[in-house]
Ligand binder design. Structure first.
Ligand code: 8ID
Ligand code: ZN
Ligand code: ZN
Length: 349
């Protein structure tokens, strides 16, 4: 009952647009599974991939998408820990070698031969997608496939980022880009971890959304006259947040974060604005003992933990669902910075 043809959104050339069309259903290799994707979240990374923003060129033509939730419908001969009918998620890290020194230490996102869903291999903006069995996210059957989709990149990434920040319960974290997909999830995970949240983004609609998700304060980068002062004052002792999660798709906040982070605080870079650089005063970084680091998705354990937070009802995803056929409209809104929370696409329409 697996069809030979399916609907997909295909990027034919860098810069886009995406084309909704029928393509063949792929066949899984020995160590792979074929997943009937029901829903997929739309990450800003998918837009970067289409635009060709980054130093690594994506495959072309490309089926994007890396927040795919669905049902396993076929598997290769070597796969014995996943069964047909199981629910599973396709995430950014589609596969890795499992043998290099990074993989051996469960740092598989750093694997030099990692396969990336919707970037170096076709992803979840199609009805049937392939993933390496060792890396698919296992989704318990009581988890809603539509609502969990954004956890598969946004959730995992911010959960990992918060852990990398070293912030502990009772401390405070600034979330920059808090109204977007990763940001909305970051507010929720931070709250669930017992952290205070200073949300930073632009406009009233995003402010209302951040507050509704549990942010303790909202600073509007578009209207604030002194953002550094406002962020510091929004923390209990006025000393600034213990950690900063940089999720924005613009360079400016990457230059600003060390100005408001608390002394001995940590700035975690996660957003990937095209061609951007980090800048921080050496003097302040030294005398205030500031740590600046990057964080990149999460490993298989982080994945299952992020999903477990969702399953336990500790985090909710604010999302809107549209048909897969409407993906280009989502990209247009995202490009204009108008997406509040996450868009999810339904592959059946
Ligand atoms: O593993 C990783 N490091 C990883 C994983 C997943 C995604 C990195 N990413 C990257 C994406 O490629 C993208 O560059 O994180 C970035 C954010 O992805 P997203 O959350 O999916 O994007 P979005 O929904 O468009 O949200 C971005 C938000 O940033 C705000 C925007 O208003 C929007 O709400 N923003 C911008 I643009 N400039 C800002 C500023 N100066 C800002 N917020 C505060 N201050
Ligand atoms: Zn993503
Ligand atoms: Zn490896």
């Amino acid at each position: 009952e697996i069809p030979t043809e399916q609907w997909a959104q295909v990027v034919e050339k860098p810069g886009g647009p995406v084309t909704y069309k029928k393509i063949p259903v792929p066949t899984p290799g020995p160590d792979e599974v074929l997943i009937n994707v029901k829903y997929s979240g739309v990450c800003h990374t998918d837009l970067h991939a289409m635009m060709g923003d980054w130093p690594i060129p994506p495959k072309m033509p490309l089926v994007g998408g890396h927040e795919g939730a669905g049902v396993v419908v076929a598997k290769g001969s070597l796969v014995d820990d996943i069964s047909i009918g199981d629910h599973a998620g396709i995430k950014w890290l589609n596969g890795s070698c499992l043998a290099c020194s990074f993989c051996m230490q469960a740092d598989e996102p750093l694997c030099p031969s990692a396969l990336l869903s919707g970037y170096t291999v076709d992803g979840s903006f199609q009805q049937y997608a392939i993933a390496k069995a060792a890396h698919v996210a296992k989704l318990p059957k009581d988890v809603d496939l539509e609502a969990v989709a954004p956890v598969l990149c946004a959730g995992i990434t911010v959960y990992k980022g918060l852990r990398e920040s070293g912030a502990r319960p009772g401390q405070s974290v600034a979330v920059v880009g808090a109204g977007g997909g990763l940001g909305s999830m970051a507010i929720q995970y931070a709250r669930a971890m017992g952290l205070r949240v200073v949300a930073i983004d632009g406009g009233e609609e995003k402010g209302q959304s951040c507050k509704a998700l549990g942010a303790d304060a909202y600073v509007d980068f578009q209207s604030s006259k002194d953002l550094v002062k406002e962020v510091r004052e929004a923390t209990p002792e006025g000393q600034g947040p213990h950690a900063v999660l940089l999720l924005a798709v613009s360079e400016r906040p990457f230059q600003q974060a060390t100005e408001y982070v608390r002394s001995r605080g940590t700035v975690v870079c996660i957003g990937l604005p095209a061609g951007a650089y980090l800048k921080a005063p050496v003097f302040d970084t030294v005398l205030r003992m500031i740590t600046i680091k990057g964080s990149y998705v999460g490993n298989r354990q982080d994945t299952q933990e992020a999903i477990d937070f969702f399953r336990r009802g500790l985090v909710k995803v604010p999302y809107k669902t549209v048909g897969l056929s409407e993906l280009q409209k989502v990209y247009d809104l995202m490009h204009e910075g108008k997406v509040v929370g996450r868009y999810v696409v339904d592959t059946s329409r």
